[in-house]
Design a protein around this ligand. Structure first.
Ligand SMILES: [Zn+2]
Length: 535
């Protein structure tokens, strides 16, 4: 039977040290539930201090029920020259509802000398006294040995004495921390082997690393291979400096590459969704190149790659994307020929036939020559396929549109758009304001056609990017606009190119609404969506 490894998430504590990271108590509860759904075993919620925000969080968490995750509260060993029972911070930990307490303590003489100025023997007493106190209060204790690998390299004997003090006082797990993220896999392997040999029969060993040397995931994996049975990390590798080890990458590697038993396979399929949901809550834009879960993780561009993947996915993919809930993407570009076009058409339910595919491929080449960039615009590409297949109904026919931007003496800028369109045999004239020309056009257009097509109300424009194509021409250069739109369950990109930025935007805007109405998208579950349009 595969060996079990416990996943310990510290997004809500160590991850929040990252620059710009901030979550409300309610958002932290949502993160905790997402982690629980993924199958994470232990969720470190933070310091249960008297700070009102933390207090509110622990109060909320105490009232939540989780499928199988347990909440851990985090704290430090007692202050020097006192007793644990009199330490107010340890008292708060003891009184908190969390069944598990994680205590961090010093291991490295450099820190004892330079930072805390604590005598090494007193440090051992601080560890034993603090762990023993929480055990006596009925808590399970995980001991985080801070700077363990630097300490071990400096004075292995003392580093092991610190661990032994925690183990003998009743800690159920000793987690070896690479707090500075400086250690390479070989060093972590060697020290972990020594600790497991020395203490592994009495107590479980854990690993907590950072990514300063770009090895956070690698050092975590190597520690597990050498006997660690608990891995700490953060979602998407959030954390101070270069971040913590990415727990999601670690999970996928442990389970899919090394055969460890971490979570049920059906839970692993939530990996991509969990990564993106938590990015969204933390207001971080997802890294498209993130292993396993990034938008590019299973994207194929070159013609040979696409042909290979079409024949056998193992040719260019290291796992089946479905195992982690990701989607395979075939990028459209002039590099790839008919094969990509046929694959994309089949995916969206259109039978183009070889002649149709060749026509689309030729059209893609023409468009790319004009500055279109269809690999980022799958929505526009889907429309192109439909147009070539003769299976395309425009949402409306344009008579004209006009945009007025007025700058006033007091500094205010007002924008107003008027559109005249035909839907079936009916003429619609609509005027709308907006915070910019594209927003005003979007408002006027939706006002005109949402009556006939209520699904359009669910479509949100989520991203708007502008690029000048031939910069040498200055303001006379062509402009490329990329729009991302979504309906709550799917997102798609569209594109417009013109010498006029508003015309380019209009083209992308119309594509984004039409692509959202294609069969397969329009039937998605309705969701009350706010209409955010770019300016
Ligand atoms: Zn850390």
């Amino acid at each position: 039977m595969a060996q079990q490894v416990l996943l310990y998430d510290t997004t809500l504590r160590d991850g929040m040290q990252g620059e710009g990271m901030s979550l409300s108590a309610d958002e932290k509860v949502r993160v905790a539930h997402a982690l629980d759904q993924l199958g994470v075993h232990l969720i470190e919620a933070g310091f249960p201090s008297s700070n009102p925000k933390e207090e509110a969080l622990f109060e909320l968490l105490a009232g939540e029920s989780f499928e199988h995750a347990e909440i851990a509260a985090f704290g430090m060993t007692r202050r020097k020259d006192s007793v644990a029972a009199d330490d107010p911070a340890l008292r708060v930990l003891a009184d908190c509802f969390a069944p598990v307490c994680t205590l961090v303590g010093k291991t490295w003489s450099l820190h004892l000398e330079k930072v805390t100025r604590v005598d090494p023997e007193e440090n051992l007493r601080m560890i034993a006294d603090s762990v023993g106190f929480l055990r006596a209060q009925g808590k399970r204790v995980i001991y985080d040995a801070e700077h363990f690998f630097d300490a071990y390299a400096d004075d292995a004997d003392y580093a092991l004495r610190c661990l032994r003090a925690a183990a003998e006082a009743g800690a159920e797990n000793l987690t070896l921390c690479d707090t500075n993220g400086a250690t390479l896999p070989g060093g972590v392997a060697e020290a972990t082997v020594a600790v497991v040999a020395e203490l592994g029969s009495a107590v479980d060993i854990g690993i907590h690393t950072h990514d300063d040397a770009g090895c956070g995931v690698a050092t975590s994996l190597v520690a597990v291979q050498r006997g660690a049975r608990l891995v700490q990390g953060t979602v998407n590798g959030y954390g101070e400096r270069c971040g913590n080890a990415n727990l999601l990458t670690i999970l996928a590697n442990l389970q899919l590459k090394l055969g460890y038993d971490c979570v049920e396979p059906r839970r692993l399929e939530r990996l991509t969704e969990t990564a993106h949901l938590i990015d969204e809550l933390c207001n971080v834009s997802p890294n498209p190149n993130q292993p396993y879960v990034g938008a590019n993780a299973f994207a194929h561009k070159g013609g040979m790659h696409v042909a290979g993947v079409n024949r056998d996915t193992r040719t260019f993919e290291h796992i089946e994307p479905e195992q982690v809930g990701a989607d395979r993407r075939l990028l459209i570009s002039e590099l790839s020929g008919k094969g990509t076009v046929e694959a994309r058409a089949a995916k969206t339910g259109v039978d183009l036939g070889p002649d149709g595919a060749a026509r689309v491929a030729d059209r893609v080449k023409e468009l790319e020559h004009q500055g279109y960039h269809l690999e980022a615009a799958d929505g526009s590409f889907d429309l192109l396929i439909r147009k070539q297949a003769g299976d395309y109904e425009p949402l409306f026919t344009l008579e004209s549109w006009r945009v007025i931007v007025e700058k006033r003496k007091d500094g205010a800028v007002e924008t107003e758009a008027t559109i005249k369109i035909w839907v079936d045999d009916e003429r619609y004239i609509r005027t709308a304001e907006g915070n910019g020309p594209v927003n005003a056009l979007d408002n006027a257009l939706r006002d005109a056609i949402c009556e006939r097509h209520p699904h359009l109300r669910d479509i949100e424009l989520v991203n708007y990017k502008v690029r000048i194509l031939d910069e040498s021409k200055g303001t006379g250069a062509a402009t490329r606009v990329l729009l991302d739109a979504g309906d709550g369950s799917e997102t798609w990109g569209t594109i417009g190119v013109s010498e006029n930025i508003i015309e380019a935007s209009w083209e992308a805007l119309v594509d984004s609404l039409e692509a959202g109405m294609l069969p397969g998208r329009a039937e998605h579950a309705r969701r009350p969506g706010s209409e955010v349009a770019p300016s």
